[in-house]
Ligand binder design. Structure first.
Ligand SMILES: Nc1ncnc2c1ncn2[C@@H]1O[C@H](COP(=O)(O)OP(=O)(O)OP(=O)(O)O)[C@@H](O)[C@H]1O
Ligand SMILES: [Mg+2]
Length: 348
């Protein structure tokens, strides 16, 4: 007896055609339809991922390390990080670091310090030194009101950075890298924990350069701390740095009273406790005052700078600006919900 072919029937046994063909029995059209729908769904997912990547646009860094005013110690730390990236091939292949540090492909740097001390500036300058475009990611941009979207946005940021070989800069990173929450009571809390676990996984799989910046380093989850190669403090500037910051922030084109070294000393003394960002504000305020005068008086005078310093100091005092200090309790792995714990364990 010949074996019935697919789509035929056995006439020896049954001279009546079956009520349903094998194709019908297998429901081929429905399978095709499912396949099409599957493809459509996959296409939608891919399209969604590409749309999300549009949120993250690479920029060409303009400011360089020559412009960044930091102490010699901080500069040496930054240069050490750059040396690791630039000499990666040599270090990991020729000198065999890959055997002891298989995840060493990535370089994650954390810049921490009070507001306005040049963390964003420094990230840009590092990208400039590496001749890489920079993608700035702000937590507000990647956090979505809808639970489940933040992890997709995190993935999209990494995917975009990989696609265009850009340095990935996470500003206000404490919101992303903070300690995972212990008492997960609401789905939003659960979402935060998932986002942080996704961040860990993405970081592990990324071979590029990531920079985090925060005012609240003490709030970092230890799992992140371990993955970060270098923690570089960006403190408030000392006297010497403040002098250089004043020099840097007064443009050559700006008409000022003749400025000598003693004037810079005076300005540096008067701005003790202020950041580079504050000094920038002082210069803008002083220039804005001076521009309202006419004739020969239309130059920025020392008195304008000193008055501006007082205004900036007062505003900081009244409105705040001191480094916020937040402490949260460290959570145990056992406190995580089971699915998050699973993701977390994979990252260990
Ligand atoms: N170390 C610095 N060297 C040169 N300029 C600086 C420095 N620090 C601050 N500035 C000036 O202040 C501006 C603001 O600095 P920046 O945004 O980099 O600070 P930040 O540490 O990222 O602040 P925040 O914590 O508020 O994000 C800079 O654009 C620059 O003009
Ligand atoms: Mg910043």
């Amino acid at each position: 007896m010949t074996k019935p072919k697919r789509g035929t029937w056995n006439i020896e046994k049954n001279d009546q055609p079956p009520s349903q063909s094998v194709d019908d029995a297998l429901n081929i059209p429905a399978m095709m339809q499912n396949l099409r729908q599957g493809n459509d769904a996959r296409n939608l997912v891919m399209q969604d991922a590409l749309d999300r990547q549009e949120m993250f646009q690479p920029e060409t860094p303009l400011r360089s390390l020559d412009d960044l005013v930091v102490s010699d110690v901080t500069l040496a730390q930054i240069r050490a990080m750059l040396a690791k990236v630039v000499n990666h091939q040599f270090l990991y292949e020729q000198w065999g670091l890959n055997t002891i540090d298989p995840h060493g492909g990535r370089t994650a740097i954390n810049l921490y310090g009070p507001p306005g001390t040049g963390k964003s500036f420094c990230a840009e300058a590092i990208a400039h030194a590496l001749a890489m475009p920079i993608i700035r990611v702000n937590y507000a941009e990647i956090e979505s009101k809808f639970v489940g979207d933040t992890p997709k946005n995190i993935k999209a940021a990494f995917a975009k950075a990989k696609a265009v070989n850009a340095l990935l800069f996470f500003d206000e990173a404490d919101s992303i890298l903070g300690k995972r929450l212990t008492n997960v009571t609401q789905s939003a809390d659960h979402g935060v924990n998932v986002s942080r676990s996704v961040m860990l996984l993405e970081l592990d799989n990324f071979q590029g350069v990531t920079i985090f910046a925060t005012n609240l380093a003490s709030n970092y989850d230890t799992a992140f701390v371990r993955r970060i190669l270098g923690h570089i403090e960006m403190p408030l500037p000392d006297h010497d740095c403040r002098k250089r910051l004043w020099q840097y922030h007064i443009p050559d084109k700006m008409e000022t009273e003749p400025m000598e070294m003693r004037h810079l000393e005076q300005l540096a003394n008067a701005t003790d406790g202020l950041s580079g960002g504050d000094i920038l504000n002082c210069v803008v305020t002083a220039a804005t005052t001076a521009v309202q005068r006419t004739g020969r008086e239309r130059v920025v005078k020392m008195s304008d700078f000193l008055m501006a310093i007082e205004q900036v100091k007062k505003a900081k005092q009244d409105i705040g600006g001191a480094t916020p200090h937040v402490t949260r309790s460290v959570m145990g792995i056992d406190d995580l919900p089971p699915d998050v714990r699973q993701t977390y364990n994979k990252t260990q």
